[in-house]
Design a protein. Structure first.
Length: 95
């Protein structure tokens, strides 16, 4: 019985060492993604900030329309195109 416990402990030690090495490898491979994912995270935070404040968005849009009407029309066209593209892509993915 004692030999069996020693074998189990030995196997456990090897498995723990292997798990530590695998964790280190995963951490090292994820370091490459830290900067890009941080950027995406900041962009999502900014988007949440803007979406949670509709009066701010409306005020900025109004200022753009009043100060630069041609630019506002160009941005409206782009936004409409993006919205149409989103709707088209959504129908293609849903199938």
């Amino acid at each position: 019985m004692d030999r069996r416990l020693v074998a189990i402990e030995s196997r456990r030690a090897r498995l723990l060492e292997r798990a530590a090495l695998e964790r280190a490898e995963v951490a090292q491979s994820l370091q490459l993604w830290e900067h890009p994912l941080g950027f995406v995270d900041r962009c999502l935070d900014a988007l949440r900030f803007v979406v949670s404040r509709p009066p701010l968005v409306a005020g900025a849009a109004l200022a753009l329309v009043l100060l630069r009407p041609r630019s506002a029309i160009r941005w409206a066209r782009r936004a409409f195109g993006l919205w149409q593209g989103y709707r088209w892509l959504k129908t293609k993915i849903a199938v």
